[in-house]
Design a binder for this molecule. Structure first.
Ligand code: NAD
Length: 251
């Protein structure tokens, strides 16, 4: 079945666009007609994503830009280099797993800096650019995680960062609705990507029985939901979190 073309003439910036879920989002948005800014700390992988993007629509152009979302200056440079993007996906993220009793302050801070502060910085910069340009239509998508709700052993920093992303998204939705900007959060479950490729088989086998659909998810399945949230098909939806987890329940 051909992909719908709901994003023609839209400009989308995708942080973490060089890998996994962010890359799949770039591919899906481009196939729906958007021009995509692939933004990542790893410029080489961002370029690899760029090479995969279709350009089937008139005026459709894609670029890569290096960014470290945890640094205000870097995010400012990214947003100042492009036209105000009416779609923004915050997919950059890291893990640094350790038990609470052993977690260093540095590893706690690093994960908060990228996952939570990075989402704040990019969301703020993009919404400021849209408001300043008088563009009264926008969709900002944040990427939380099912573990932000449920908690997860060994992820004290990560689960805190992702719970924070949900709260940030709901507040941004309340403050930005008057400017026509919607903000929603996707909560992936257990998705097969470079982030999870080192999870031992033993752990995967332990988690899978708790996934109603009986398997790990694909980045493209998260991208499907991001495309819905970016498009006018979700024009009456803001301030929500959508689980994309195959019914995963971490009890
Ligand atoms: P990934 O590791 O494949 O991709 C993450 C990308 O973010 C990489 O390209 C990396 O270079 C980039 N990045 C990291 N730090 C950055 C920074 N400071 N500035 C800019 N770019 C940076 O991971 P993924 O699985 O695609 O995860 C994407 C998002 O989805 C993350 O926020 C992650 O926490 C979230 N998530 C993933 C899963 C999963 O199971 N894979 C589950 C829940 C949530």
């Amino acid at each position: 079945m051909a992909a719908p073309c709901r994003l023609i003439s839209r400009l989308a910036v995708v942080s973490g666009g060089g890998s996994g879920i962010g890359r799949a989002v770039c591919q899906r948005f481009a196939s729906e007609g958007a021009s995509v800014v692939v933004a990542d700390r790893n410029e080489e992988s961002a370029y690899e994503t760029l090479e995969l993007l279709p350009r089937d629509y008139r005026g459709q152009e894609h670029v890569t830009l290096g960014v470290d979302v945890s640094l205000r200056e870097s995010v400012g440079q990214l947003v100042n280099t492009i036209q105000p993007p009416s779609i923004c996906v915050n997919a950059a993220g890291i893990t640094q797993d350790e038990f609470l009793l052993k977690m260093t302050e540095n590893d706690f801070d690093k994960v908060i800096q990228v996952n939570l502060k990075g989402t704040f910085l990019l969301t703020q910069a993009v919404s400021m650019a849209l408001v300043a340009a008088g563009i009264s239509k926008g969709s900002i998508i944040t990427v939380g995680s099912i573990v932000g709700k449920a908690g997860n052993i060994g992820q004290i920093n990560y689960s805190a960062s992702k719970a924070g992303v949900e709260g940030l998204t709901r507040t941004a939705a309340k403050e930005l609705s008057r400017y026509g900007i919607r903000c929603n959060c996707v909560l992936p479950g257990f998705i097969a990507s470079p982030m999870t490729e080192n999870v031992p088989e033993k752990v995967i086998n332990k988690i899978t029985p708790f996934i109603l659909l009986g398997r790990m998810g694909k980045p493209a399945e998260v991208a499907d939901v991001c495309a819905f949230l970016a498009s006018d098909d979700s024009q009456y939806i803001t301030g929500v979190s959508i689980e994309v987890a195959g019914g995963l329940f971490i009890g």
